[in-house]
Design a protein around this ligand. Structure first.
Ligand code: ZN
Length: 335
């Protein structure tokens, strides 16, 4: 049993309260490799932003949960080495699907966990979320819950279609479950193919797909019911079209990959949305840089040669999100 406080990590409570009051959102970046971790920490330190490093079940299977925990501990030490005396780094479990996996993460030093019972019947979602909250709060770990269903594919999380969160349920759900933040469904989606071409219109000039807007009316309703309560948006990658174009230009095949426009996310960040999850954009930035590098340097075979530009490209993307989309730059409580 190790407590996250001994690892120099923080929970989400204070940073979310400040984010809601300040009209910005905290970035939640998924990671499972050293290069992603380094890029996240470098970006957070350079911009003086709090950051959530999150780990999905798939990441735990890929990299091993213990290794990821030590990487997060290393992230705190690395941030300090880079000159940030008081980093605010959260280690968060993304889409925990049972009480056991949440408990396991809490016991090994996670400072925040998500229990995703969105596919369960309503009462069962409340019951398990409550059980996770009771355990987590003993150790001052914060808990994210989910209500409503997001479409898309992310690791093991698969849903064919989305169901918007019902505003009339949110007071009952958060009161009974005791969760600290709530992930809602207002039209974002997991993965790099967030919308089918049929759901979109096409820009006549560029030929690119234009996705349908997020349901800001549903978000407003939820905010009215839960004033000041931290809201979370999953599936909020923008799927940068320049990265998609690079991937496709160097042998990739991602036709019609599309994400959430950044102006929509910026608008959401100014509301009670205080955590925005970004995973696919990091995958795309990494893959684009690696494909380009290997195509241009067919004689290279040292992973450092192509992972270095991959790391640079991810760092650039993270900084862009922090500064231009979420607005969390310069928001550390202490520098
Ligand atoms: Zn998600």
């Amino acid at each position: 049993m190790v407590n996250y406080k001994d690892l120099g990590l923080v929970n989400t409570r204070d940073m979310f309260a400040r984010a809601i009051a300040g009209g910005y959102a905290i970035p939640a970046f998924n990671f499972n490799t050293m290069e992603q971790m380094q890029a996240i920490v470098m970006a957070a330190v350079e911009t003086k932003s709090p950051v959530i490093m999150q780990v999905s079940k798939g990441a735990r299977n890929y990299a091993n949960a213990t290794i990821l925990r030590y990487m997060a501990e290393g992230a705190v030490a690395y941030a300090k080495e880079l000159g940030c005396e008081h980093p605010e780094i959260v280690l968060h479990l993304d889409h925990g699907d049972s009480f056991e996996i949440c408990k396991d993460c809490i016991d090994m030093g996670f400072s925040s966990v998500m229990f995703d019972g969105s596919s369960l019947p309503y009462e069962e979602n409340i019951a398990i979320t409550k059980k996770v909250v009771e355990y987590a709060h003993k150790y001052d770990v914060t808990v994210e819950a989910e209500l409503g269903v997001l479409a898309g594919v992310e690791d093991e999380v698969v849903a064919a279609e989305s169901h918007y969160t019902k505003p009339e349920e949110v007071i009952d759900f958060t009161t009974k479950s005791g969760c600290d933040s709530l992930a809602i469904s207002i039209g974002t989606s997991h993965g790099a193919y967030k919308f089918t071409p049929e759901q979109c219109t096409r820009d006549p000039k560029t030929g690119l797909l234009v996705p349908p807007p997020l349901a800001f009316d549903v978000l407003e309703e939820i905010e009215k019911k839960l004033p000041g309560f931290p809201i979370v948006l999953h599936g909020s990658s923008s799927v940068p079209q320049d990265e998609v174009a690079t991937i496709n230009a160097f042998g990739g095949k991602l036709p019609d990959a599309i994400g959430i426009p950044e102006d929509q996310l910026r608008k959401a960040a100014k509301s009670a949305v205080c955590k925005i999850n970004i995973d696919s954009d990091s995958r795309l930035a990494m893959t684009a840089a690696i494909r380009k590098h290997l195509a241009e340097h067919p004689d290279h075979f040292d992973p450092r040669q192509y992972l270095k530009p991959a790391r640079e490209n991810m760092k650039k993307m993270y900084i862009h999100k922090i500064v231009n989309v979420l607005g969390s730059d310069g928001k550390l409580a202490q520098c």
